[in-house]
Design a protein around this ligand. Structure first.
Ligand SMILES: [Zn+2]
Length: 147
């Protein structure tokens, strides 16, 4: 388990608790090198997250799809930076109240990550991932970014 701050691979576990009805373990850790604290989610078994699409269809969550969207949208970031962002987003998804997550909520998490780093990348990401096809949806997207 690498420290997200300094990438050192040894840490102390400060606290452990079950997440997602026992299918994952959430651990609060402290890096032995830089002493910063971070949280990890370790999957006990494969967690089947579902994504609820705009039209109500439900699909399996696929990290690969998120990776592809990020690759197309955020070419300013390198593969490692993208992967780290996706890890952070996945942690939030794993801590969601339900295993069914609306695609627009995933969009919001991505927006939170990208709006400071590369806002234009977020617009590109949203058009791909949230399947935005018309001007009205596009306006809503820009409006949501203003907040
Ligand atoms: Zn560290």
């Amino acid at each position: 388990m690498l420290c997200p701050y300094c990438a050192f691979d040894e840490s102390n576990v400060l606290e452990s608790r079950e997440a997602l009805d026992g299918r994952a373990t959430r651990r609060r850790r402290e890096c032995l090198k830089c002493k910063k604290r971070f949280t990890t989610y370790e999957k006990v078994e494969n967690i089947e997250l579902k994504v609820v699409k705009k039209d109500g269809r439900i699909e399996d969550y696929e990290r690969e799809k998120l990776e592809k969207c990020f690759e197309k949208a955020c070419w300013k970031l390198n593969a490692e930076e993208r992967s780290r962002l996706i890890d952070e987003i996945e942690m939030k998804l794993l801590n969601w109240d339900s295993v069914e997550i609306p695609s627009r909520e995933i969009g919001k998490l991505v927006m939170d990550k990208l709006k400071d780093i590369d806002p234009v990348a977020y617009v590109r990401f949203a058009t791909i991932y949230l399947d935005i096809k018309n001007i009205e949806d596009f306006r809503k997207l820009l409006k949501a970014m203003d907040k």
